[in-house]
Design a protein around this ligand. Structure first.
Ligand code: SF4
Length: 366
């Protein structure tokens, strides 16, 4: 039986655990219910999940997932996508960032965790061993935060342990919380990439709730770097607000109080972009938020993005600042055009041999 844990503050809102009838005996269910034994548990049949009974509090749903666990990132053919693969471990996030795309992806806020881990490991094992020379850059932080639920699920730790047998796979753990409990099971530090999103202090203070501070993230990144890991950083989304230059300069400078450029495998930069229907959701969930009224156009992928000159101005500013600290080819754009690459970096993904291939090399330390 798992020991009860001290629940971290970002999980303090969980009031109920739902478990699929087929998952009652799953090891993950035993672990979660052992770690937070004070939370009431209800066994459900998935077709009768009691959506209407959900209150204001958060619910955790240990579910049997029937789909594919290994997916392609939903990039588009119009912009340069980084070609990374998603290991789907669950959906939704207990934190609240005003810009979070998950608000538009999912119709409820239930924290879903795929409890049939055996099926997940079975599928991954098959996929990763077909050709041991084929390399995979994978991550779990697409439909959820990689580590937000780690204290109660231990999911990433299990995954890290499992991937120890697959040196052809490099796993990125992307998060806005600090949880380093997976570190002691790492076989090869060069196959795990701890990753944190960063933003201007103003954005962290006004648009991100329940998350760690920027200082905490960088302190954790330093612990990882000192332990021999390379880390990844993500400036996504960059947002315009009064004083954005000072704000982004401050956080860029702060990075190098903790890390050296060679500690960073890669660093992505992306401008705030959204499906049109996310805007009213943000208005409703975060009525204080103002950046959604900036000057946007609809891009080729039907997402709203900041007018090109405004985006490029911000990109140039942050890239220049990062370059002054010694950052170079490990910087890349998430979903931008060839023109913007050329204008800001002075080269295109093609010059790097293709973005996917380039990042694969950065991840594997070639
Ligand atoms: S931490 Fe990430 S996944 Fe969670 S609310 Fe913020 S942006 Fe969304």
């Amino acid at each position: 039986m798992e020991n009860k844990i001290q629940v971290p503050s970002h999980l303090a809102g969980i009031e109920k655990i739902y478990v699929d009838r087929s998952m009652v005996e799953a090891p993950l269910t035993e672990r979660v219910t052992g770690r937070i034994p004070h939370i009431p548990v209800e066994v459900v049949d998935p077709e009768n999940f009691p959506h209407e009974a959900l209150g204001e509090g958060q619910s955790l749903y240990l579910k049997e997932y029937k789909g594919k666990f290994l997916k392609f990132c939903p990039g588009t053919r119009y912009y340069h996508c980084c070609g990374y693969r998603i290991i789907h471990i669950g959906e939704n996030c207990p934190m609240a960032c005003s810009y979070c795309i998950l608000q538009a992806y999912f119709h409820d806020k239930v924290l879903k965790v795929w409890a049939n881990q055996e099926d997940l490991f079975d599928e991954l094992g098959k996929s990763f061993s077909v050709d041991r020379d084929a390399r995979f850059r994978v991550g779990t932080g697409e439909y959820t935060d990689s580590l937000a639920l780690e204290a109660v699920t231990g999911y990433s730790r299990d995954l890290v342990k499992f991937l120890g047998d697959y040196p052809n796979v490099c796993l990125e753990l992307k998060s806005k919380v600090i949880d380093l409990s997976w570190m002691d099971v790492v076989k090869r530090t060069d196959r795990i990439l701890p990753a944190w999103s960063l933003n201007a202090p103003f954005v962290n203070e006004h648009e991100e709730f329940g998350v760690s501070t920027l200082k905490e993230r960088l302190e954790a990144a330093k612990i990882c770097a000192d332990a021999g890991f390379k880390v990844c950083l993500h400036f996504d989304p960059m947002i315009r607000f009064d004083g954005w230059r000072e704000g982004y300069a401050e956080i860029v400078d702060m990075i190098f109080d903790y890390l050296k450029p060679e500690n960073i495998a890669y660093l992505s930069i992306g401008s705030f972009r959204h499906m049109p229907h996310l805007k009213p959701i943000i208005e409703r969930n975060f009525p204080e938020t103002t950046y959604i009224y900036d000057e946007f156009i609809i891009g080729n992928d039907n997402k709203m993005r900041l007018l090109r000159p405004l985006r490029v101005r911000q990109f140039k500013f942050i890239v220049d600042r990062l370059r002054k600290h010694g950052m170079d080819k490990q910087m890349y754009f998430c979903m931008e055009s060839t023109e913007n690459w050329q204008d800001v970096f002075g080269y295109t993904p093609k010059d790097l041999g293709g973005l996917g291939k380039h990042l694969m090399k950065q991840a594997f330390g070639d």
